[in-house]
Design a protein around this ligand. Structure first.
Ligand SMILES: NC(=O)c1ccc[n+]([C@@H]2O[C@H](COP(=O)([O-])OP(=O)(O)OC[C@H]3O[C@@H](n4cnc5c(N)ncnc54)[C@H](O)[C@@H]3O)[C@@H](O)[C@H]2O)c1
Length: 262
């Protein structure tokens, strides 16, 4: 089988400063890729950069919800580092609230980051990939995009929109040889996930996450483990690689069976 070759190729990862985005960035760097790591949080990004200390890691601070920042950052990346061959949409936010408690601002910001952010990035990066007739885009969505969850309506709806947008993008870009896929994680051990736990410093995953909770209409995780960010990174790298050359418009669920494949 052809080996996956990421060496010296340029990838851009949004939401790269921590959690799943950091794991994807690390996995790409481990394979000798060059990575443009984008995040809104300058301090976390700087700490990540200091920890990784790789000359192949380049960091950019931006708000993915801001179109002109996204457009100019992609211009800066391409003019200083070269052509972006893979783009990974990871930046996302979750404000857990019931629908009755969700404010119009909560709703708008959730969609601005999780949905409009994906549109902003994909349109701007597609404009540079199309003339080259090559590229791969992966959007990290969520298994909540297809299965309803309590206290996550805005998040789930924003992820459903991002998933469907990425599928439509894949359809429009297929003629240019650009593949667009989605990975949909379930509960993954990151700062976002821990913000949902009553004890964010706990070493054991709360029972309700693994066993499920009838009061939350939530099935557990049949594989009885929470995903590590690296589990998600492995799937993303596969979809970016030539081994996935005939896979596009696909939504790969990485949730230990938590949504029964729905
Ligand atoms: N952790 C989980 O259980 C889980 C499950 C399903 C899906 N996801 C999705 O995976 C992705 C990564 O999640 P995570 O758990 O690593 O989250 P996280 O909160 O740990 O990290 C998200 C990163 O995105 C950055 N970010 C937020 N808003 C941004 C913006 N406007 N512009 C640029 N960067 C921004 C944050 O600063 C942070 O570094 C998200 O899209 C999330 O919805 C996570």
């Amino acid at each position: 089988m052809k080996p996956i070759d990421f060496a010296s190729k340029l990838f851009a990862v949004t939401g790269a400063a921590q959690g799943i985005g950091a794991a994807i960035t690390q996995a790409l760097l481990d394979r000798d890729a060059i990575v443009a790591a984008l995040d809104i949080c300058a301090d976390t990004l700087q700490a990540f950069r200091d920890r990784i200390a790789s000359p192949r890691l380049h960091t950019y601070c931006l708000d993915i919800a801001n179109y002109s920042q996204v457009e100019s950052t992609i211009g800066r990346i391409e003019s200083s580092l070269g052509p972006i061959v893979g783009w990974i949409n990871v930046a996302g936010i979750l404000t857990p609230k019931s629908i009755l408690e969700t404010t119009p601002d909560d709703w708008e910001r959730t969609f601005a980051v999780n949905t409009t952010g994906v549109f902003n990035a994909c349109q701007c990066v597609a404009r540079v990939m199309v003339p080259r007739c090559s590229g791969a885009i992966v959007t990290v969505s969520s298994n909540a995009a297809s299965v309803p969850r309590q206290n996550m309506a805005a998040y789930a709806a924003s992820k459903a929109a991002a998933t469907q947008f990425t599928r439509c993008l894949g359809l429009e870009l297929a003629e240019f040889g650009i593949r667009c896929n989605i990975v949909s994680p379930g509960s993954t051990d990151t700062p976002m996930q821990r913000s949902l736990w009553s004890d964010a410093t706990a070493t054991d995953v709360p029972d309700a996450v693994l066993q499920g909770s009838l009061s939350h209409f939530r099935i557990g995780i049949p594989l009885r483990r929470i995903a590590s960010p690296e589990d998600v990174a492995d799937a993303v790298l596969f979809l970016l690689s030539d081994r996935a050359r005939h896979i596009t418009l696909h939504d790969l669920r990485i949730d230990g069976g938590a949504t029964l494949g729905a």
